[in-house]
Design a protein. Structure first.
Length: 250
């Protein structure tokens, strides 16, 4: 794998987005990997180890904001965990039998529609605690997306914005969810023998550049208030969805 200076900057930028918003690494990184010659089927074995490493770093950075109350931190709720596990299994299975590109297109269009309703919540920071029924629907849907596309952070980001979590509470709940979903995702992928040695080695080659951007993004996030943080997160969600739609038709 040969990288130019420009591609190296893009990899660091992908890490920056992840460090700031808690998600979005694949927004740029997938394009870079395709550019240097990797096939779409080789991407997940490369991306998943990076997700796990960065999510662990995010957890330790934000552990002071992790609330063990399962009502507020819905990731800890048994309903969320159970449906998340079932969703990941089903998502990983769907990846082997259906055209994932079409499903990802549908999801991207759905995200763009939802974003119109999230914009008005940028200035709202009074949390609305999710119900058990909402947690069940969320867990199943996010599990399917995680199993198919490792999109574990996109649905939880939308869920947190919809329930008006302020920045610190957002990050505390987000990193808890990411850790649990990563554990389940790795277990399912190991069982399905979806990881490759070459993919892991490529991840290690990319990690230093990704970490440079990641730490810069984390630093800047800590300096901005909840309003601007939410606005940037919504922008990244929209950008990610638009890119997925464009990629489908190109």
């Amino acid at each position: 794998m040969e990288l130019t200076i420009f591609l190296g900057i893009l990899i660091a930028l992908a890490g920056f987005i992840k460090g700031f918003a808690g998600f979005g690494l694949s927004l740029i990184l997938i394009s870079v990997l395709l550019e240097v010659g990797f096939s779409p089927i080789e991407l997940l074995p490369i991306l998943v180890p990076l997700f796990v490493i960065l999510d662990i770093l995010l957890y330790f950075e934000n552990k002071e904001f992790v609330n063990l109350d399962f009502k507020e931190n819905f990731t800890l709720h048994s309903t969320t965990l159970m449906t998340l596990f079932l969703g990941i299994i089903f998502g990983a299975y769907l990846l082997t039998v259906v055209d994932g590109a079409i499903l990802k297109l549908i999801f991207s269009i759905f995200v763009l529609i939802v974003i119109f309703f999230l914009v008005e919540k940028v200035n709202l920071h009074q949390m609305k605690i999710p119900t058990e029924k909402e947690n069940g629907i969320f867990g199943l849907g996010s599990g399917i997306l995680t199993g198919m596309f490792t999109l574990n952070a996109v649905p939880v980001s939308i869920y947190l914005l919809f329930h008006q979590y302020p920045k610190d509470k957002y990050m505390g709940s987000l990193v808890t969810f990411l850790i649990f979903s990563d554990i389940l995702l790795v277990a399912v992928y190991l069982y399905g023998k979806m990881f490759t040695y070459d993919g892991f080695i490529t991840s290690l080659k990319l990690i230093s550049l990704v970490l440079v951007g990641f730490f810069i993004g984390s630093f800047i996030r800590r300096k901005v208030n909840s309003k601007y943080f939410k606005a940037v997160v919504i922008f990244i969600l929209a950008l990610s969805s638009v890119k997925s739609i464009i990629d489908f038709f190109l």
